[in-house]
Design a protein around this ligand. Structure first.
Ligand code: CYC
Length: 169
């Protein structure tokens, strides 16, 4: 698992180089956004259960067939599994936000996920929609916590949806 700093160090060490201008710039930007990242994660953490619940309701409102007989989230067990997955995505998004690096998502969330979903018949595009709904709520929560530029909040959610949607070639 890596964060923005360890990734940079690794890359420069492999090349046997001192940090150059680019490295210093990206370190500066990492530390400048650090407080906002921690604040955003804290805002999401303290509302996590509500965010998942609200996003789930919105998702099932938009796509009611998911919870009807024949839908993948039909039955209380699968409904609960779906919300639990949403909670995983939200929690790991906060880790990636603080790390300013998406590596934790690759290692802990995305690896093998599409295969698992395909074998269980969990539909990908509604899952992607669920993650997008959580992104919008997370950004609102960050703004409500006083963070002015909330663009970085989108990153982990966009990363997960992009990786999940990617087609095998
Ligand atoms: C931390 C990393 C991690 C992830 C991401 C994860 C996902 C994950 N989701 C699963 C199941 C599932 N996931 C869903 C999710 C959904 N169904 C829908 O219709 C919706 C679109 C969607 C919710 C948004 C459902 C319903 C199941 C149960 C499927 C089944 O058992 O038939 C399973 C199969 C095993 C189980 O049921 O626990 C895994 C491994 N597990 C992990 O450890």
């Amino acid at each position: 698992m890596r964060d923005a700093v360890t990734t940079l160090i690794k890359n420069y060490d492999v090349a046997g180089k001192y940090f150059d201008r680019n490295a210093i710039d990206s370190l500066k930007s990492y530390f400048e956004t650090g407080t906002a990242r921690v604040q955003a994660a804290a805002a999401i953490n303290s509302n996590a259960a509500a965010i998942v619940k609200q996003a789930g309701s919105k998702l099932f409102e938009e796509l009611p067939e998911l919870i009807r007989p024949g839908g993948n989230a039909y039955t209380t067990r699968r409904y609960a599994a779906c919300l639990r997955d949403m909670d995983y995505y939200l929690r790991y998004a906060t880790y990636a936000l603080v790390a300013a690096n998406m590596n934790v998502l690759d290692e802990r969330v995305l690896q093998g996920l599409r295969e698992t979903y395909n074998s269980l018949g969990v539909p990908i595009s509604p899952t992607v929609r669920g993650i997008q709904i959580m992104k919008d709520i997370a950004r609102e929560q960050a703004a409500a916590a006083g963070i002015t530029n909330t663009a970085f909040v989108d990153e982990p959610f966009d990363y997960m949806t992009r990786e999940l949607s990617e087609q095998d070639v």
